[in-house]
Design a binder for this molecule. Structure first.
Ligand SMILES: Nc1ncnc2c1ncn2[C@@H]1O[C@H](COP(=O)(O)OP(=O)(O)OP(=O)(O)O)[C@@H](O)[C@H]1O
Ligand SMILES: [Mg+2]
Length: 498
């Protein structure tokens, strides 16, 4: 019989009257990986934040290591009780180094309280090695790409040596190789008898590591199953309350004129953009495939003026344009939904309505004054189109669940009459049902003759949605493919062509 590490019973939690969890049970045994699944807003992160002392429960029981916890936990006391959590959103201090982030509040000091940087860096290196991470512990974390930042976040939690390791969407920003390294570490943790709570919307990866699954729906407990006794269709129907049939609602529509032409674009940011040239047509979905770090985001940043291109030409609707900034790119009808929503995509301290209408201020105002009624109408329509789960349009974006924040990023650009929309990993962290909603929206754009640039690291969605595929690797285009004539193997072949 394995030993119980954690149990919750009848957990309830509401936020200003909105029920996030009602009567939720969950348990975790030694040496197991227990997946917690559910749609965006189902309450997964909230439950884990209660267990790790970030939120206090309204009622219900919590047992850690068989002992009933009667007092309120704080993040520090939960940590002392052996609970480590990798949060869904990055929580690193961007200007501190990798080592400083890993050992934040637990700095290596000598008896006089003076920081021993060298020792701290050496210790950090050990944890980085465990994850095969070849980065200098003295690098400021904001200099790292987002996948590496996520790995540092994981290192930080591992360094706590916790018995209960909660991973809230750890892989949503990782490369395939990093996912492999993480899975190796998870196997090692299991061997040592630790328990892992695993939250992910990438359901395909569950079979690799998971022992049991618990499903939540709308804040309610649905079921706990042995993974060996179930399958993905059953899990999905328990999550969304119905069976999902068509995964990729692909449409055929005629291709129009050329809307964008990029010629010999170069930039020196990140992995760099090296001599990138391509065309995009109206009514076309052009996918950019590749591994994370292939230079796709850098390409978009150089096109939209977020980074300064060192050379190259951008022709929009037949006219050569110089796009100097993202603001300028909006003015010219080119919109971009970025991959790092917290940093580039949202003002998390503003409301949902304010965020979603931000690029459309001209549409919702008259003589420079925002007409609140129009703002509300437009926002409500988008909330309903995208099925954004929120108690009201005045909700602060930081209080929305991760997936619902992502929908706001997408929704922002759908408000505009664009000629061209660039989506950078639009379905990251989005549940299966909501993914289909986003696909439908992208299809609507296509039907309306808008050119769509669709960056995705998930090959099934690239193959399921696009008309044409550009494969990138190391900042270069390695191949252009017609979607209906290609397959996963061929794309991967060109995505790894160094
Ligand atoms: N601090 C908060 N204030 C108000 N509402 C909140 C807060 N935190 C969470 N919520 C609400 O609680 C519900 C559950 O959110 P939670 O973040 O737990 O969902 P989730 O299952 O983790 O979803 P996702 O898959 O999108 O990450 C949501 O409706 C969310 O808006
Ligand atoms: Mg969450």
């Amino acid at each position: 019989m394995s030993k119980e590490l954690l149990r919750t019973e009848h957990i309830k939690k509401s936020f200003s009257g909105v029920m996030a969890l009602q009567d939720v049970q969950f348990d975790l045994q030694e040496g197991e990986v227990h997946a917690l699944l559910g749609e965006n807003g189902a309450g997964k992160s909230t439950l884990m934040k209660i267990i790790s002392g970030v939120y206090t429960r309204d009622s219900g029981d919590l047992y850690i290591g068989g002992k009933k916890i009667t007092h309120d936990l704080s993040p520090i006391s939960a940590q002392h009780m052996g609970i480590g959590i990798i949060h869904q959103e990055l929580n690193l201090c961007p200007h501190l180094t990798v080592a400083e982030n890993i050992f934040l509040n637990r700095e290596f000091t000598n008896t006089a309280g003076v920081l021993n940087k060298k020792k701290q860096n050496e210790e950090a290196r050990q944890y980085l090695n465990q994850l095969n991470l070849n980065i200098d512990p003295a690098t400021p974390t904001n200099k790292l790409p987002i996948s590496k930042q996520q790995m540092v976040e994981i290192c930080k939690t591992l360094s706590l040596n916790a018995n209960i390791v909660i991973m809230d969407e750890p892989t949503s920003a990782l490369t395939e190789k990093e996912i492999e390294d993480l899975f190796t570490v998870i196997a090692l943790l299991k061997q040592k008898g630790k328990g892992i709570v695993y939250i992910s919307h990438r359901l395909e990866e569950l079979s690799r590591i998971v022992d049991r699954v618990t499903i939540l729906r709308d804040g309610k407990y649905v079921k706990t199953l042995n993974f060996a006794d179930t399958n993905l269709p059953e899990i999905i129907s328990l999550m969304v309350g119905r069976a999902l049939t068509e995964k990729f609602p692909r449409i055929e529509s005629p291709r129009g004129e050329k809307v964008l032409e990029v010629k010999n674009l170069n930039s020196n940011y990140g992995v760099g953009v090296k001599d990138v040239s391509f065309d995009l047509y109206k009514g076309e979905i052009l996918a950019f495939a590749g591994l994370l770090g292939a230079g796709r985001t850098e390409t978009v940043r150089a096109i939209s003026g977020a980074d300064k291109a060192s050379s190259g030409e951008v022709v929009l609707d037949g006219k050569p344009v110089k796009i100097k900034s993202p603001k300028d790119s909006i003015a010219k009808g080119l919109f971009c939904a970025p991959e790092d929503r917290k940093r580039d995509g949202l003002c998390i301290r503003m409301t949902l309505a304010e965020n979603i209408t931000l690029p459309s201020l001209d549409v919702i105002s008259k003589f420079g004054v925002i007409i609140k009624q129009v703002e509300a109408e437009k926002t409500k329509q988008m909330v309903s189109n995208l099925r954004i789960k929120t108690p009201s349009i005045a909700q602060y974006v930081r209080n929305l669940s991760g997936g619902n924040q992502q929908k706001v990023v997408v929704g922002k650009w759908l408000m505009r009459n664009a000629q061209l929309v660039i989506f950078d990993e639009p379905t990251r962290g989005i549940d299966v049902a909501a993914k289909i909603e986003i696909y439908n929206i992208i299809n609507d754009l296509k039907k309306n003759g808008i050119g769509v640039m669709f960056i995705s690291s998930e090959l099934p969605e690239v193959l399921g949605m696009s008309d044409r595929i550009i494969v990138m690797c190391n900042g270069r285009i390695t191949k252009e493919l017609i979607t209906k004539d290609t397959n996963q193997e061929e794309i991967l072949h060109y995505a790894t062509q160094y």
